[in-house]
Structures are given as structure tokens and as C-alpha cells.
Design a protein around this ligand. Sequence first.
Ligand code: ADP
Ligand code: MG
Length: 714
Amino acid sequence: MSENGNGLEMEIQYLKGVGPKTAMLLAKLKLQTVRDVLYYFPRRYDDRRNLPKLIMLRSGEPQTVRGRLIKLDSRGTKGGKVLLRATLDDSTGQVSLVWFNQPWLKRELEKARGEIIAYGLVREGPGRQLEISSPEWEWLDEEDDSDDFARITPVYPLTEGVPQWAIRRAAKSACQFFASQVVDPLPNDFRQHYKLPSLAWSVQQLHSPENEDSRRSAHRRLAFEEFLYLQLTLQIRRNQVKQEIGIAFPISQLDSLDVAPISLFAPQDQASTTLWEQVHKMLPFQLTQAQERVIGEIWDDMERPAPMNRLVQGDVGSGKTAVAACAMLAAVRCGYQAALMAPTEILAEQHYANLHRLFEPLGITVRLLVGKQGAKEKRAAMEAASSGQAQLCVGTHALIQEGVQFHKLGLAIIDEQHRFGVVQRLALRQKGIGNPDVLVMTATPIPRTLTMTLYGDLDLSVIDELPPGRKPIKTHWKLPSERPQVYKVVADLVAEGRQAYFVCPMITESDKMQTQAAEDLHYRLSTEIYPHLRIGLLHGQMKSLEKEAVMNAFRAHELDILVSTVVIEVGVDVPNATIMVIEDAFRFGLSQLHQLRGRVGRGSHQSFCILISESKTEESNQRMKVMVRTSNGFEIAEEDLKLRGPGDLAGTRQSGIVDFNVANLIDDGALLEPARQAAIQILTDDPGLSLPRHSLILEEIRKKRGDEAMIVVS
Ligand code: ADP
Ligand code: MG
């Protein structure tokens, strides 16, 4: 076999100890070549060097046990299930393995041969006998050789019909004969500098670690490498955009002769007073310092010839819309069009209403483009966009559809970026002339580690201040039995002239059931609880026009209470609504609860959020407690990441960017920053990764981050 790593492409059926039959089994895991097996890593390990004697077992901990199968017993339970109990004995003590409703297991266990090894949470069962429920287990004689037994044994993720021994055997053989052929893409001195062991060693150690330290060090090496490739991809994309020629909006040259510099924050550049002055006139409030800073950052970007690619992150209610409006104003004053894309029609309409109100007095035309519009209306909006008659366009995905054209789109803004993917961002950008500036805004506070990962190709601006006069929202967790009390509080606030949201339980099964739940709640509130109040209903199955009518009525205070599904989650802004009651709050994730809560606390009145939730699981209680404790979005995001893992965080799934093989954003988060620094360093020395020492790295990036990387690395 060759030395250049070609052996890794060999089919596994030719591996010593594997053969065609086992290879067929492994094909179910999509393992075909030696390389596939080498990179298919264990999910965890059994430390069998030191198995506890059964007499030493403790209840309450996951442990590995070993013993002879001395009894197999299967019986029906009262609940109509079949309970299978296998008792193991090692002459010091006994432990039972129990399963429910798995008849085929009985047959499997009846073929008794030798000893069983099993792993799982040990608990005290009936008669104080220790037992493990639904353990992982296997016959011991399936190991190739018995002296192999006393080691840290890898446990691989499996799929149905693939036994643990099959993948173990293949991995062992692959490591033994081929690990040494693994070629390391990272140069030696680089590895030394970051204290990373070689790839060959690391792969081999991950499959059968000598000890915990070497496992950790091998894991660190592979995680670092994955982060490095991601960061290189992002940094390359970022650098590439910066080299492109975009639009240099002549912001500071805007005519200022007839305007006195009245700005409080006295811009350095006298000439830019015009625009600031216009901003002050346009907005009905004073900008916060954070808003001003971010607007400054955006305008600076716009003025540079390189295209802007900036993320504005600001917690719910921090005033991102005003920031967007200022960016749009700058674009228009420089003679360009701007477009704002939002994820839902409700939100697009709200933005449209706000922007229309702000820009109309300045003689700037804003048009709305959403899917529900009639053909005629749509055509008119599209014409206004393509002729340039509309300087500003607001819309949903409708904006990026085929056929939508702009006269001179210079600035594309995407609101609530986490609802869109990179593709949509690019699609809107492509509607622009040349390389338009792109601004994306997100209210989803995400931990810094994730920002670096998800948006590492963007420059970041953070609005870290809420508009003044906001009183922190008071959040309470109430049990269902305390509902009457909650209803009373809502009634009192409504009597004072405030409005309320009731968010009905989230039912994931279907839209229909979700609607049903909302209708039920609406019915109960309007007939039993508040027959004298005006109560509206909003759910996802309503037609856009109906939704709009309800939202308008609520905004105009023609309704006291709005019963809604999560459709109000994003962006809805009614400052007079000061209390939100969330039913079955345990069904919502933390970031969703936080988004929902952001619908109140938008005016100067004290606002409340009531989470109605029974005590369900430890994890859901934890969520309620976090919500009561803090309203800081970033803190909530960190907790969310801890409780749920990154896969479920908003936006991460569509992006696919957190699909690492080895790395894990929670446990390995600390490696991200050094990996990013390393990526920046590499690219400073070798911007195109064209040096021979980086050729393998470039190859890996192309392979691993295919499509994304292709956008830039070509
Ligand atoms: P988000 O960042 O969640 O999109 P919005 O842009 O919807 O927040 O702003 C939330 C509310 O705060 C709106 O009613 C808006 O008019 C108001 N607002 C924004 N900035 C300020 C400010 N500097 N002073 C007072 N109110 C503001
Ligand atoms: Mg917003």
C-alpha cells in the first residue's frame, strides 16, 4: 500500500478482520472506505480497565458492569407492557438489566454465551436489588481477543442493525494498519506553536485512548482543526468582500452649507452635519448613545469603497428600526435606493408603516412588497422599485423573487437575520447594483462563541443600551392553579388603559391544532373571564388581510386583549401593551420566551410577563427561573446554549455551520478564539492559501465547507 495516503480510499471489506458481510453492515452507517472509518469517532468510552465488582456498585451513577447471565425472566406488567429482566452475577454480587417491550431481546439473550458487559444508570429496583434500565450491552466473546478487554473501549454511535462489535473491529483494524498513513494538513511548526499533536496520533487515540489525558489532547487537536477551517472560510470570505469595489456613498460631502451644526454630539466632520441634522428632525425621539455609535459605524462603512457587510446585534426593543432608517436615509440622500427585508408579513407591514411615517414628510417614497398583495398592487410596487420612483422598499421574501428589479439599489437591509439563511442574504445583495452595502440586524442575542461562528464573516455592531425610561419588565412564574390571580392583574391593567397579550400554548404537531388552541383560549377568555372586554385573535392560519386587520385594531387600541400564537414573536411593536401572559410556558424554549417577552416593555409604563407553567421537568423549571431572574438577552442566550446545545439555537440549524464532526461549541468554545487568531495569522502571511505549506489546508477547506467555501475560495 502506498505511503501517500491512498490506502485510506480502500474499501473496508478488504480490511483485515472485516470482510464483505461486515462491510455491508457498516454501509448502513455510510462507512465505505478506510478513511470513513478512521473519521467515525466514538460517542463515549467504557473504561474497562477497572470494572467495579458488582458488590461495589452504587446506585445513582452510570456504570459499566460485567457478569455471567444467570437468570432471564419475562413477564407482563399491570400497565400491559412486557418486562424483561436479565440478572448478571460476578460471584461478588448481582445486578439486573431491565427492558420494556423488547421481545426480540429475549431471543438475543437466550443465545447465552459467556459474559455480558453493560453500561447504564444504576438504580435501586424492587426489593432493593440494583438494576439498569435499558442499558447498552453486548456479549463479551465478541471481542477479538480477550486481553483486549481491559482497556478504554470506544462506544460508537450506531444505527439499527449495526452491532457495536462490527464498527469496533473495523476501527481497530483501520487504526492498526492505516492510521500512520493519515497525512497531517497542519504544518509541524504550526502544530508545535498551538501545542497540537499529530493527526495520525490523534485519530488513533480517539479510537482507543491510552488514557483520559491523551483522549483529551486528541479531541482538542481535531476540534481546533475544525474550528480553524471554519474560521479560515469565514475570514477569507470577509477579506474577499473587503477587496471588492462597492459603493462609496459620499456621505460627508452631502451639502451642508445651509444647515447650522446643532448636533449635541458634534461630529468631527462639519460636512456631515446635514445628515445628522436630518436624522434628528426625522426621528420623534433622541437616539441613545449606542444607536448613535452604531449609526456612525454604518455610515463610515457606507462611505468606504469596499462593500459593507455588517451585523447589527441589539436586544429586543433596543431600537434597531431607527438605526436602519438612518442607514436608509443616508443611501437615499446619496442618490441610491434602499431595501429592507423582514421575515414575516406582519413585521414587513409594521416596518412599512413606521418608515412611511418617518420618510413621507421628507418627500421620500416608501413602497411595500409582500406576497399577499394582489397582482395589480404588486405590479405597481415592482414598477416603483424598478423605475426608482420608490426610493425605499420594504417587504418579505417577495423582494428577492425573480422579476423584482431595482433602479439603483445601493443598500440592502435584512431584519431578524436568524430567520433567513446566507442564501437569502446573497439573493437580496444580488438585486443591487454592483456590490451594494449589506446590513443585517438580529435581535436574537447569541453567545459570543456563536457570533464568531455564525457571523464570523461580518463586522459587528452592538446596540448595548435600551432607550431611556424603560422600566425593566417584571416577570413572574405562576402555576396553573394561580390563574384567577393572573386574570385579575390583567383586568386591573386593562382598567388603567393598558393592553394585554395572551400567548397560547405552542403545539408542534400541526398548525391546525395550534389554531384550535388559540381559538379555545380566545373563546374561554371572551365568554368566561372577560365578557366585557374587547378581545382579538391572531393565528398563523388566518389570511394576511385578516391578520393585518387584527393587528391594526390592536395597535389602534380598539382591542384590549390580543390572543395569539407565536406569530407575534417577532418584532411587533405596540407600546401600550404592558402585560403578556404565556400559557404552558414550559413548551417554549428560552430564546423564544425572551423574544415573546420583548413585545412588552416598549413604552414608559411598567410591564409584566407572566409565565403560566406547571412544574414539569427540572430543565423546564430551569428555563422559568432564568426568565424570572434576568431579562438580559445575552445571559439568556448563554443559558439557552447550556440547556439545549447549539443545534437548537435559532438560526444555527439552517446555516448548517455548526455541524462539526468532533468539535462541540459548548465544551470546546474556548478554542474558537485561538482558532480564529490562528486563521487570521495564516491569512496575513498567505492571503490566498497559495503557499505549498498551506496546500493541504486549502484542500480540506474545499472539501469540508464545500458550497460555502466555493463562494469565495475558487
Ligand atoms: P427592535 O430593536 O426590537 O427592532 P424597535 O426598533 O422596534 O426595536 O424599537 C422599539 C421601540 O422603541 C419602538 O417603539 C421605537 O419607536 C422605540 N425607540 C427606539 N429608539 C428609541 C429611542 N432612542 N428613544 C425612545 N424610543 C425609542
Ligand atoms: Mg426589530
